[in-house]
Design a protein around this ligand. Structure first.
Ligand SMILES: [Zn+2]
Length: 61
């Protein structure tokens, strides 16, 4: 063993701006846009990110 040698999981990827700078604090899933994160977060808060597909006909309770 060589103490002090930190593992390099991704040597090909230097420290750059992550393509998805908006990680979900609940599940860790990252999103590229804050708006997408906001929509996703609703899935954790119980709200539905999208209206019921049958909402136009009258979604049953
Ligand atoms: Zn999440």
């Amino acid at each position: 063993h060589s103490p002090g040698a930190a593992p390099s999981p991704s040597p090909q990827h230097p420290a750059r701006i992550p393509p998805r700078p908006f990680p979900c604090a609940a599940c860790g899933k990252s999103f590229r846009y804050l708006a997408d994160l906001r929509v996703h977060e609703r899935s954790h808060t119980g709200e539905r990110p999208f209206p019921c597909p049958t909402l136009a006909r009258g979604c049953p309770p």
